[in-house]
Design a binder for this molecule. Sequence first.
Ligand code: HEM
Length: 492
Amino acid sequence: MAASCFERQLNAISWVSLITVTAFLLVKLANIFGLWIKARPIPGPPCPSFYGHGHLITRSNLTDILYKCHMKYGRVVKLWLGPTQLLVSIEDSELIKEVLWKAEDKLPLTGRAFRLAFGKSSLFISSFDKVEHQRKLLEVKLGGKLLERASLIPDKIFCSIIEIAQNETTKGGIECETISLSLAFSILGSTIFGDVFLSWPKAIVYKELLMKIAKDACFWGSYSVTPFWKQEFWRYQDSCTRLKFLTEELAKECRQNCNTEFSWAFEPCGELISLMFHGSLTMAALVANILTRLVTHLDIQDEIYSEIVMAQKVRRKTYEQNVEGMPKLLATVYESARLLPAGPLLQRCSLDNDLNLKNGTVIPAGAIIVVPVQLVQSNTETWGKDADKFNPYRFVLPTEPISDKKESLEGFDSCAMKEPNEFEAFLPFGYGARACIGQKLAVRGISSLFAALLGQYEIRLQSGSESNPKPTMNNYILELLPSPKIVFIKRK
Ligand code: HEM
């Protein structure tokens, strides 16, 4: 009797489990069919197999594939990365802006990579709801005291970097990429942590560790189940822990130096490292890009130098404070960011709801939405026939010459800067709900650096470094120009 009662209970449990698992699988299957049906109206190349177009992407560059697809299928195209992974690419300027406002979430992969490497953080995570509050706080902070700090390039940074560059010059020039990383890292570090950062003896170890982690972050983040069984993973985690300890040590030193500005803004360590990571990599890419453009466009370099001299004469202030009045310098920064953005794609998704666009397109929830910024920013329809040429003047407006003859310099063309964010297809800092909140700080810091640098030095290509190859892919996220060797020549 007891045995048959036990059997009946076992049967009941088995039935309930079977029904639950079947229901779960049916829901999953229904979701997959739902995704296929919703994705059908979006144009795109026919699927070669059940596994989609994944094999195409492993063989060639995604931007190239998207370029060909947009040419053939129009401004919105889909690709299947697997039976349940839909990628939708958008190339139309108006739709891009609509999508970047409406799709507020980021891909879970990005958040996972950051969390795995730097620990808990409320920045750079997938869900907009979780990031919104921190974004607002940080935006206020970056726009205030930190923005002021970014404009003042401490002599210490400048002198030590130039000293390194001079030493390297005697050995045949310094790699553009190497010096750009040192410059970006020092500017951002001293902006966030203050002067303590510049005299911190472990800064170099910190930079090297950050770069080491940058190389592997996406790879380990791409595992949906953390690979605890791999030895390399534990070595990676060890580097991450060392970086965390170093950041805590630095933060402690800042607090002991009574730097109240610092402790207010960034308490959790993960956020500090995430900002240093993203900020120094992207700023280094832009600095390297500008240096390369300047050594290959000496006429522009001379024009900026005249502007710096003029700004010093007219306003009688140090050049660090004057970058807002240097349209040609700012235009060079923006034009470099247009031609080679820090990443070739902007990525978004809408985790919970389908996106209904004004033109009638429906993008299913969970689809990977990408904007191929590099294609959009070099489109001849929007940027003109010279879209692929370096021409900072597209960001400059001629204005009335300065009336005070005593103050103005002969031959100086008066001009002002156009507002770059008003250009329809200018997206190096993203756009909409998840746009970069460090844009002002980065542009101000980099422009001040170049105002200081070009005021005292000419930058030239090391002879023999002229024939450099094509752009290369780096660290999974950065597409840098080839790194030419450059030299700094002191102006007389
Ligand atoms: C040249 C330098 C920089 C470039 C090119 C750049 C570019 C970008 C891009 C493309 C995004 C994604 C935007 C989107 O999806 O719409 C982004 C996000 C972000 N950037 Fe930057 N960035 C730079 C420097 C900085 C700096 C210096 C900081 C702060 C110190 C910063 C803070 C952020 C933050 C917090 C986000 C994430 C926003 C979110 O996920 O909600 N960035 N950046």
